[in-house]
Design a protein around this ligand. Structure first.
Ligand SMILES: [Zn+2]
Length: 160
């Protein structure tokens, strides 16, 4: 599977495929894949901890909702997706660079993720949910992170 042929390069909050020969063992590789596809990424934990400190309570990865949003705040009928810029194809973002090898594969894959995200978001909105998306690049350094998270919390509170 072409998916596994790219190397991963990790930033403080997420991992990306990196177009060079594969130097990971299968065990290392599956650990990396789990960290990408799995739950509780660093970025998600950052957002959750911040919301919790502000007194907001939430459910995580609620599978009952379309797209199983990373964070669900039932009291505010709001959901938060914490998106990795590569996997979710953050338009115009410096963290979203297609690998040079298998680029057709990657652009197809990312395009599918993007249209799935868009579809999920519009379904949630028509079901009466407020949808927030926090991008990984908005959490990269302290000042960006503080501004993003304060802004998010203020918007959620404004719904009360
Ligand atoms: Zn981004």
């Amino acid at each position: 599977m072409a998916f596994l042929e790219a190397e991963m390069v990790c930033s403080p909050v997420s991992c990306y495929p990196f177009s060079m020969a594969d130097r990971f063992s299968p065990a290392q590789r599956s650990k990396i894949m789990r960290s990408i596809k799995g739950r509780d990424t660093k970025a998600e934990l950052l957002v959750r901890r911040f919301l919790f400190r502000k007194g907001l309570r939430y459910r995580t990865n609620d599978r009952r909702l379309v797209g199983s949003p990373d964070i669900v705040l039932p009291k505010y009928r709001s959901v938060v997706f914490v998106n990795g810029c590569f996997w979710h194809g953050h338009e115009g973002c410096s963290l979203f660079v297609l690998p040079k090898t298998n680029s057709a594969f990657w652009s197809d894959k990312i395009e599918k993720n993007r249209s799935r995200d868009a579809k999920n978001i519009s379904t949630l909105i028509s079901d009466g949910w407020r949808v927030f998306v926090v991008w990984e690049c908005e959490l990269r350094n302290r000042s960006a992170r503080d501004a993003t998270l304060e802004g998010l919390v203020n918007e959620i509170w404004a719904l009360e």
